[in-house]
Design a protein around this ligand. Structure first.
Ligand SMILES: [Ca+2]
Ligand SMILES: [Ca+2]
Length: 83
C-alpha cells in the first residue's frame, strides 16, 4: 500500500511538472508575440516577424489560415516553433 502511494505521488509530480513546463512555454510565446506585434493589432505581419528568424523562416507554415498574418493561436499552437 505504501509503495502504491509513492507511485501515485511520483506520477502526480510528473503531471504537475509537465503542466508547469507547458504553461511557461505558452507564456514565453505570448511574450514573444507581444514583443513582435509592434502595432499591437493582435496579428503579426511578415514585416513584424522579421524580428525573429525562426518565425520568419516558418511564417507560411505557421500561418494556418493563410491570411498573411500570424494570430496568437497560430503562434502558440504551431509545432514548428518549439525547440
Ligand atoms: Ca501587428
Ligand atoms: Ca493567419
Amino acid at each position: 500500500m505504501r509503495t502504491y502511494k509513492k507511485i501515485m505521488i511520483m506520477g502526480m509530480s510528473v503531471i504537475v511538472a509537465q503542466a508547469v513546463i507547458a504553461t511557461s512555454q505558452a507564456e514565453a510565446q505570448e511574450g514573444l508575440f507581444n514583443s513582435l506585434d509592434k502595432n499591437q493589432d493582435g496579428l503579426i505581419s511578415q514585416r513584424e516577424a522579421a524580428g525573429n528568424t525562426k518565425i520568419l523562416e516558418n511564417f507560411t507554415r505557421v500561418d494556418i489560415n493563410e491570411d498573411g498574418f500570424l494570430s496568437m493561436d497560430e503562434l502558440t499552437s504551431s509545432p514548428f516553433l518549439t525547440d
